[in-house]
Design a protein around this ligand. Structure first.
Ligand SMILES: C[S@@+](CC[C@H](N)C(=O)[O-])C[C@H]1O[C@@H](n2cnc3c(N)ncnc32)[C@H](O)[C@@H]1O
Length: 227
């Protein structure tokens, strides 16, 4: 799928984003409890990048746990950034929003934490492997990378079974599973956890971990740390 199609797809969802995600992503809200727990426990002045920030749902979590943070919300879609600004208005002055394409535009640097929620699967596998080097160089020493994403298993039977579970879930929520599945197949590049960890290691990351997984969704962490 071309980048303008990705933009249009998300522009249409901006207002109803969270309600839709709850119906499309199994345990979407439960995942936020996991991500909250993975954030540092000391409230320092962290500089945080929320990549593919959408309406700011993960930035809100960061401010709840780390209110002294400064967040850069980076997204391709203008209407998502507008929703972010509205949703997080009480934190205004503590965040800045950048509209851009992380394939080609600078994502900034000197971050202590980078969070990427359901966004990196828009990169092809080749782009993604390279992009992990950009993420690594954008982090300060000791920095933390948290990703939640769609993943894919290595064995075809397992993949089919997991997609079957996902479709059942969407159907149980009143959504059309075939519509969303075909959008996913058309525009996304889900990675295996094996590739994900190998590319992170190659980029220089250490302490890679899968912190939560349900079928074809996972939350992982990695650190930029001299070992
Ligand atoms: C499914 S939403 C995720 C929102 C939020 N991070 C979450 O975890 O729920 C994906 C977001 O990634 C953005 N996005 C997709 N491709 C992008 C790109 N190449 N550069 C910047 N943002 C992108 C979309 O505009 C959209 O807001």
């Amino acid at each position: 799928m071309k980048q303008d199609q990705v933009k249009e797809h998300f522009a249409r969802q901006a207002d109803e984003y969270e309600k839709l995600m709850v119906k499309l992503i199994p345990q979407y809200l439960k995942q936020h409890q996991i991500i909250y727990r993975l954030l540092p426990n000391d409230d320092k002045n962290y500089r945080v990048l929320d990549l593919g920030c959408g309406n700011g749902i993960l930035s809100e979590l960061v401010f709840q746990k780390l209110p002294n943070s400064h967040i850069v919300g980076f997204d391709l879609t203008e209407s998502m950034l507008k929703s972010f600004k509205k949703k997080l208005s009480k934190y205004s002055g503590k965040f800045e929003l950048k509209q851009g394409d992380f394939r080609s535009d600078s994502i900034g640097d000197e971050y202590d934490i980078i969070i990427a929620g359901l966004t990196l699967h828009h990169l092809t596998w080749e782009e993604r492997e390279k992009f992990y080097k950009t993420l690594y160089s954008s982090l300060n020493e000791g920095g933390l990378f948290i990703a939640r994403d769609i993943i894919i298993d290595e064995n075809k039977d397992v993949v089919d079974d997991q997609y079957g579970y996902w479709k059942e879930f969407m159907k149980s929520q009143g959504e059309d599973p075939d519509f969303w599945y075909s959008k996913h197949i058309e525009k996304d590049y889900p990675m295996t956890l094996t590739d994900h960890f190998a590319w992170l290691r190659k980029a220089g990351f250490s302490k890679m971990a899968c912190q939560w997984r349900l079928y074809n969704f996972a939350i992982t962490t990695a650190e930029k740390r001299e070992i």
